[in-house]
Design a protein around this ligand. Sequence first.
Ligand SMILES: [Zn+2]
Length: 320
Amino acid sequence: MPLSRPLAIVTHPLYLAHDTGGNEHPETPARLTSLLTRLQDSPLKNRLSFIEPRKAQQRWLTTFHDEHYLFRLEECALSGKTHLDHRDNQLCFASYEAALLSAGAGLTGIDLLEGGDNLVFCAVRPPGHHAERNLALGFCFLNNCVLAARYWQQQYGRRKILILDFDAHHGNGIQSAFEEDPEVFYLSLHEHPTFSFPGSGYAEEAGTGPGRGTTLNIPLPPGADERLVLEVLHNRVAPVLAAFAPERIIVAAGFDGHRADDMSGLAYSTELYGRFGEYLAGWANRFCQGKLLSILEGGYHLESLADSATAYLTALSNHK
Ligand SMILES: [Zn+2]
């Protein structure tokens, strides 16, 4: 048996009450059920602890979102409307509270990490990386990764944060939050924006002003597979990450690049998510005393999502 490390899963039953209107919509409660059931049936079972998050308080939400937007989101959910800003962003009465708990998971996870834990995975919905300061987009309402980075900086004084986003889509909201900020590095691998939602994330987008050079977009062609991604991780991501030397790493962990997931044209294998886990655990050991916060983003093929997340977390836990 390899040495294995414990893994804290931050999750909440109310995430299942965020109703996106039935099975027509890909971002369903069954995603989380599938993922959590698979984890509990896996050899990881005995290394897991399940923690309920708190709701993110207004003072943390406003480190990114504007107050008027937060009011619109709350009012939209509580007044019985079915979507916010675009028909993709379906919600229900419970969605505001679910979104607060989803944003809160990163904060609770950071408290665990600063309190002595090493590996935290936030199994949340709604996801976050497309949410902008004042706009819901791509099933996302509150930008969970952005709020976690701000919390890490302001609550614990960690300055240099790297957010690595391996979701199949570009995390436009994370990029826009930090494109002028030299202390938060946003690094995203995603399907090329010419072919994929949300249409941003070109290689030329590299940050602006003082943040020039701390945004790195690596668009991948449709059909990109393990061979290409491993080459990119080794030759492009590793040197950039080492040069930045982050104090803390947040992973925007989306699993929709899997070849079975029709939300992207990428052709990732289940095993590739294990390789992402090996790389990230290695970087966390080298730069962050082994501490790593991962927050679920996309992943819509139920079996592949469960398999891929389990492969990723198994690799994190097994890494020496
Ligand atoms: Zn995605």
